[in-house]
Ligand binder design. Structure first.
Ligand SMILES: Cc1cc2nc3c(=O)[nH]c(=O)nc-3n(C[C@H](O)[C@H](O)[C@H](O)COP(=O)(O)OP(=O)(O)OC[C@H]3O[C@@H](n4cnc5c(N)ncnc54)[C@H](O)[C@@H]3O)c2cc1C
Ligand SMILES: NC(=O)c1ccc[n+]([C@@H]2O[C@H](COP(=O)([O-])OP(=O)(O)OC[C@H]3O[C@@H](n4cnc5c(N)ncnc54)[C@H](O)[C@@H]3O)[C@@H](O)[C@H]2O)c1
Length: 456
């Protein structure tokens, strides 16, 4: 017999919901979690994990194709898409098993089905009511489209793009944000002709302008086309293709149109209105402690305005569990959440962009170190760099990296930002040679006035 009351009832078993469930259970609280689909949510089944598996397969394709850059005779014979999908699906299946095991290990009661909020602390699933001393809303997000642009056939979102059983020859990607550039990168590596259409003046427009320039240069070299500062006006599809029109009058023919224009909060139809929850354009409004306007009701993850990232959801879930358990956790600094775009080359950042720092502090000092000064990056034949942003008070308030594999370097940058370190704090700390990580160390040496492998 399933329990029908608990300390916490959580609606949604994605990154935010399950992290909250596990931490609450660790703190001795009883938890009921309601999930209508698969535990693990978007990130595990339709997001982070499958896309990164595709990106890794894409990297292998590039390595095979470019062996002679390193004196190795190799050639890319082709992409076995069934093999790629099977590799990706095996990774997802393994992690899914792991997550299910963690639910059991934490003794979280899982209720399968779509939940509806019917009272401030009550969720109904298949006619059964579940009551919590606290309710945590974690229903995630969905891929948005544009008015008049219907998803179906050759017009797809990331949900369908992850499970294609062929490599398209020509693709138009609508939206040069994170999803857009990641899929553009995969398809280009797999041999497709890719054109990105982005309404704002640059690719990855949420990043520092310097990073956009670096990425655009690298994409140009890779033959990935892009039109920035251009609005989409329409798409028509036939049996054999799709024609995409933009406001300049230009038209693009393709096999597929990937719509990657952002993700909307999945908050409609779950009874949120039944409890008078304060919302804005579908997002659930919370205070900095993730409390909604309804006492005892919290929200975490993509339904809360701000970054839509799995690790933000994890930390918000942990935060709420600790808050409910009376642990008084420290409020999360949204700018301190690292952001990584895993295209080739990668873009990784934490803290403020130069523009945001100037807006916040009136002025900001910056330093850019090119990866041309970094031995390991030369060995890998990758270009890019490290950009540091320093506040007038002296602490480093922003770090942005561009280059192959730099996503793995953001961990150190994240500590530097969140511990409010100065360049002088970091400069004496030793970075192993030759690593790409050393580029970060050398950028800090230079910012502290002691440049090593840089001219001038
Ligand atoms: C293609 C793609 C790639 C991504 N890559 C990355 C990445 O590399 N790194 C990163 O940090 N983030 C990435 N993200 C974002 C990341 O997936 C999300 O930020 C994260 O999944 C949000 O977690 P969440 O718990 O808020 O929601 P979700 O993971 O969406 O979970 C919500 C859950 O709630 C369930 N649910 C909804 N309504 C109900 C209901 N009424 N009753 C019961 N259950 C319900 C859903 O079935 C779902 O399982 C990516 C997203 C996409 C789409
Ligand atoms: N590596 C990661 O961490 C990762 C990977 C994938 C997705 N995600 C998350 O998923 C969310 C959704 O990703 P996304 O790429 O769909 O959203 P996004 O907000 O990153 O990018 C959407 C882009 O579409 C553009 N756009 C909007 N309307 C347009 C129009 N009419 N014509 C042309 N361009 C238009 C926007 O200017 C923007 O650059 C992101 O917030 C991201 O955090 C994260």
């Amino acid at each position: 017999m399933t329990d029908t009351s608990a300390d916490l009832v959580i609606l949604g078993g994605g990154s935010g919901g399950y992290a909250c469930a596990f931490r609450a259970a660790e703190l001795g609280l009883s938890v009921i979690l309601v999930e209508k689909d698969k535990l693990g949510g978007t990130c595990l089944h339709r997001g982070c994990i499958p896309t990164k598996a595709l990106l890794h397969a894409a990297e292998i394709a590039d390595v095979a194709r470019e062996g002679d850059k390193f004196g190795v005779k190799s050639a890319l014979e082709g992409i076995d898409i069934a093999g790629v999908n099977s590799y990706k699906d095996t990774i997802v299946a393994g992690l899914y098993k792991g997550v299910q095991g963690l639910f059991k290990a934490h003794k979280v009661t899982v209720v399968e089905g779509a939940g509806t909020v019917v009272g401030p602390n009550t969720v109904e699933v298949n006619g059964q009511r579940y009551t919590g001393k606290n309710l945590v809303l974690a229903t995630g997000s969905y891929a948005k489209s544009l008015p008049g642009l219907e998803i179906g056939g050759r017009i797809i979102t990331s949900d369908q793009a992850l499970n294609l059983d062929y490599v398209p020859e020509k693709v138009v990607v609508l939206g040069g944000g994170v999803i857009g550039v990641e899929f553009a990168s995969v398809w280009a590596s797999f041999g497709a002709e890719v054109t990105i259409v982005e309404a704002l003046p640059r690719l990855v427009p949420a990043e520092d302008e310097w990073a956009s320039k670096q990425l655009e240069r690298a994409f140009r070299k890779r033959g990935i086309k892009f039109k920035t500062g251009v609005r989409f006006t329409g798409a028509t599809q036939t049996e054999t293709g799709v024609t995409v029109s933009v406001e300049t009058g230009e038209q693009f023919e393709a096999d597929l149109l990937l719509v990657a224009v952002g993700r909307g909060p999945n908050t409609a139809g779950h009874g949120y209105e039944n409890i008078g929850l304060a919302m804005d354009r579908g997002f659930v409004l919370t205070d900095e402690r993730l409390r909604t306007n309804v006492p005892g009701v919290y929200a975490v993850g993509d339904i809360v305005p701000g970054l839509q990232l799995a690790h933000r959801g994890f930390q918000q879930g942990i935060f709420v569990a600790e808050d409910i358990a009376g642990r008084n956790p420290r409020v999360i600094d949204e700018a301190g959440i690292p952001r990584v775009t895993y295209c080739n080359p990668e873009v990784a950042s934490v803290g403020l962009t130069e523009a945001a720092a100037k807006e916040k502090y009136g002025s900001a000092e910056t330093y850019v170190l090119s990866l041309a000064a970094n031995g390991k990056s030369q060995i890998l034949k990758t270009s890019g760099g490290v950009k540091l942003v320093k506040s007038p008070e002296g602490s480093v308030v922003g770090v942005t990296l561009v280059g192959e594999r730099v996503g793995e370097l953001i961990g150190e940058a994240q500590l530097i930002y969140n511990w409010e370190a100065t360049a002088e704090d970091v400069a004496p700390l030793i970075h192993a040679h030759p690593t790409q990580n050393e580029a970060l160390g050398e950028a800090f040496l230079a910012l502290a006035g002691k440049p090593l492998h840089v001219h001038g």
